[in-house]
Design a protein around this ligand. Structure first.
Ligand SMILES: Nc1ncnc2c1ncn2[C@@H]1O[C@H](COP(=O)(O)OP(=O)(O)OP(=O)(O)O)[C@@H](O)[C@H]1O
Ligand SMILES: Nc1ncnc2c1ncn2[C@@H]1O[C@H](COP(=O)(O)OP(=O)(O)OP(=O)(O)O)[C@@H](O)[C@H]1O
Ligand SMILES: [Mg+2]
Ligand SMILES: [Mg+2]
Lengths: 256, 256
């Protein structure tokens, strides 16, 4: 069956959305059937895949509140094999609306019930917080990928994230495991990036993906074209890095 | 009396903390008495000012829950005239703990009651969300500064942020006004930065600060030294930009 991968880190701007969009696209280009679920009310993954939540009658918000099924919310992107469940700003309200609801942490997981049977990989793009939406995503997943920006502040919050993931594993989702830490925005010209990368490898060893995503302007330009960089500019160093990551992920999961 | 400035944007990694730390430090260096309140459980502003929340017996968490006074939580930094109320990871729990509490949106404002009499400027560093902590900060403030990273995704969320600020202004804090939009991480070598800057100026006109913060490695290195870049390396282009911003803010507020 398919795997559900939560991409989370409460530190803001570390490359969660960029990783979801480009890793999912790179795997689709290798022939896999992939779904991206945008769990962030900012709806950046939705935009990055060329979609507009205003044109969807039902979004991740409806899925989480149990008012729409996966079939009703999943939309085909311009890339064959890649679908997306768009987010919308209403999702920000779900945190409050679900406060008194039974099993509020499991709503997304329930909505995604049939996903693992229809897709080989499902990626959940999380907002920059450890609130109810991220807990829902951790609960719905069996794997966690943590993008780590190669900057000093990005190191500080990792402990809190791992604590939250461990809480979810123990109480809600025993099969949740850490698939890996992905070093992002690595700028080889600075000592800082090397120091942060060395620190992450010292702490997490083999859990750190070999593929490292370099800082690259092309990666930050791609969202304005509504396309992942892996299709917009396949020769760009950001594209090469995400394609290498896709083949590394394939290897780790034994996807053929 | 002093002014309370909320620095907020739910988009992650746009330079909220870097702006709080360096603008506050630059104003202190110009002889003003300034306070930074770290309202983010990641506690990055606390670290960026060389403090360690583990060495504080009371933090912003205790202030918000009404269990400590401002005098008990404010700590002198290594820069004369600059104090800080440190954050701690417990702050993440406040969002849940305050759900059933009366006037939960006003707890930070109540804790900061005497701040405007003791400090000329108070800066509130917000987490990357529009949840209860950010609403508390908006409610406690009379001014809002919005850092806008010069990247495509950063444009998308501005509407939601302004909607939330307007809601707070109408229902909780009538004197809240937008002090300005600050363009950050501007990389002059890319077309994207120029396009985003032009778009922000087209929408918000004179509300956009003249000072623009360039992308600068030195700015991202400073947190690892526990010092704002304006004291660590006064000649760096990031320092010059934040000092220019400080004099522009002085002019806008008529601080002598
Ligand atoms: N490797 C990279 N090189 C250069 N820019 C990048 C890279 N990865 C991402 N970016 C840009 O940096 C910004 C932050 O990335 P992104 O939005 O993917 O992070 P995020 O963790 O999803 O943010 P948030 O916490 O707000 O959800 C975006 O403008 C994006 O285009
Ligand atoms: N002008 C700049 N040039 C280069 N790097 C910068 C600049 N401003 C901030 N940074 C770095 O970019 C990262 C994000 O900045 P910062 O942490 O201040 O953003 P934030 O909005 O407070 O993030 P969060 O949403 O997580 O609270 C940090 O590693 C910081 O050191
Ligand atoms: Mg994102
Ligand atoms: Mg911050």
């Amino acid at each position: 069956p398919g795997r559900v991968v939560c991409v989370a880190n409460q530190k803001g701007g570390v490359g969660k959305t960029t990783t979801c969009v480009n890793l999912a696209a790179a795997l689709a280009l290798r022939g896999h059937k992939v779904l991206v679920v945008d769990v962030d009310p900012q709806a950046n993954a939705t935009t990055g895949l060329g979609l507009d939540y205003r044109r969807s009658s039902a979004t991740a918000y409806d899925l989480v509140l149990g008012e729409a099924s996966l079939d009703e919310v999943a939309v085909q992107t311009s890339i064959a094999g890649l679908s997306c469940v768009p987010a919308s700003p209403e999702l920000a309200g779900a945190e409050i609306e679900l406060v008194d609801v039974e099993q509020r942490e499991s709503r997304l997981g329930q909505g995604l019930g049939g996903a693992a049977a229809r897709y080989e990989m499902v990626f959940l793009d999380c907002p920059p917080s450890l609130g109810l939406l991220t807990v829902n995503a951790l609960r719905a997943a069996d794997n966690l990928i943590v993008p780590v920006q190669c900057e000093y502040y990005a190191l500080e919050g990792l402990g809190q994230l791992l604590e939250t993931a461990e809480l979810v594993r123990r109480s809600l989702q025993p099969s949740l495991r850490i698939a890996g830490f992905l070093l992002t925005m690595y700028d080889g010209r600075t000592k800082l990036a090397e120091q942060v990368a060395a620190e992450v490898r010292r702490h997490f060893g083999a859990l750190v993906f070999d593929s490292v995503i370099p800082r690259s302007v092309r990666l930050s330009e791609a969202p304005s074209f509504g396309e992942p960089v892996v299709t917009l500019d396949p020769a760009a160093k950001g594209s090469i890095a995400y394609r290498l990551l896709a083949s590394e992920v394939e290897g780790r999961y034994g996807l053929v």
